[in-house]
Design a protein. Structure first.
Length: 226
């Protein structure tokens, strides 16, 4: 008979074996946890590598397709109440890159500064791609009332830069434009068009000629320009 409090020899062996099994299970669980954490860390690193600080996808290569450019640029400039990109396409006739923008308001000095300051950022970004080697046109449209009182859509403005002139703009030029010097953007352009009802309420735009080399605009845009 065993002494009181002592385990049978076979029971001791069973406990030792169980301890070994528990150690193996603990090791495997720890290893699995480490692997899981490593996978999560790698995923986070990859996520940061493909996105900028604003969670914008990584900018496409200079030779990116127009659709890839549009996808990236629309996201990049989507969080702004000023100029926002509606679509990007290429003129089949002239090969110029064309960008339609929304939310460009020139009715007040402040709104015009914000709108065209943002548009300048968009211009410098879009104009850097190979797709813009023949130049880039930005334009916006809006609803206006014609002489009969009917509401019609008209081209509000259009502005054209060659790629060389886009590249020559100072890196902080958008700050200058956005600080109330938005007329400079038109004066620096290679061609532009302003619809009189769009420009008339603005203290700077209404002093300018309504167009410069309008044919450059009309050759690329399939839009009625008065």
């Amino acid at each position: 008979m065993n002494d009181k409090g002592k385990l049978p020899e076979w029971n001791k062996k069973q406990i030792e074996e169980q301890k070994k099994i528990n150690k193996k299970l603990t090791f495997r669980a720890g290893l699995a946890l480490i692997i899981t954490i490593a996978v999560i860390i790698v995923a986070i690193i990859v996520g940061f590598a493909s996105c900028d600080r604003n969670s914008t996808p990584q900018k496409p290569a200079n030779n990116a397709s127009v659709s890839a450019i549009e996808k990236y640029e629309k996201i990049k400039f989507s969080d702004n109440n000023a100029s926002s990109i509606n679509k990007i396409y290429k003129s089949k006739k002239t090969g110029k890159l064309i960008v339609k923008v929304d939310n460009v308001d020139a009715s007040y000095d402040t709104s015009a500064s914000n709108s065209f300051g943002q548009l300048t950022d968009e211009l410098q970004s879009v104009g850097s791609y190979d797709a813009a080697k023949k130049g880039v046109i930005f334009y916006g449209d809006g609803a206006y009332t014609d002489e009969t009182g009917k509401e019609v859509d008209e081209l509000s403005f259009a502005i054209f830069f060659t790629q060389a002139d886009v590249n020559s703009l100072n890196s902080n030029y958008s700050d200058y434009v956005g600080s109330g010097n938005y007329d400079s953007l038109f004066k620096s352009s290679d061609a532009y068009y302003l619809y009189e009802p769009f420009a008339q309420p603005n203290k700077l735009l209404n002093k300018m000629s309504l167009n410069k080399d309008k044919a450059t605009i009309t050759d690329s845009l399939k839009i009625n320009i008065k």
